[in-house]
Ligand binder design. Structure first.
Ligand SMILES: [Zn+2]
Length: 140
């Protein structure tokens, strides 16, 4: 299994542990450090909808605890409706998560690679955070 496949598989496993009873759209994310460590997260919804947390934000929190965002190298995000394992459309991070990934990319001083996948992991494409959010917000 390639490093990319391993990262996608970790995101798929995390996706299955999502808490998404309202949208039934499960998303998993796996963040990899420059040393090959992996931290995962999944979307975490709430009855008060606006309190829901995306898989990417959840995984970035875990990555900060596991190895520090200054070591982030790449991440994989997989998503799709609950119970659907056939080929679908690759998901991409939402605008808010793109801004959160930029924050990590700045700490690591790198253009973070992003592998976007459907739930099955077969429909995928690779991009980077600079490509997804070329004019990000910064305080400095
Ligand atoms: Zn998001």
């Amino acid at each position: 299994m390639s490093g990319e496949d391993r990262l996608v598989a970790a995101a798929q496993e995390a996706r299955l542990r999502a808490h998404a009873p309202y949208s039934d759209f499960l998303v998993g994310c796996a963040v990899e450090s420059e040393d090959g460590e992996i931290a995962v997260g999944a979307n975490m919804e709430n009855a008060c909808y606006r309190l829901g947390v995306c898989a990417e934000q959840s995984a970035l929190t875990a990555a900060q605890q596991a190895f520090g965002l200054d070591k982030i190298k790449r991440l994989a995000v997989v998503g799709g409706p609950r119970g659907v394992s056939s080929k679908g459309e690759a998901v991409t991070p939402c605008g808010g998560c793109r801004q959160a990934i930029v924050e990590a990319a700045r700490l690591a001083d790198t253009d973070v690679a992003i592998i976007c996948c459907d739930a099955s992991g077969t429909e995928r494409f690779s991009t980077t955070i600079d490509a997804l959010l070329p004019a990000s917000f910064a305080l400095d």
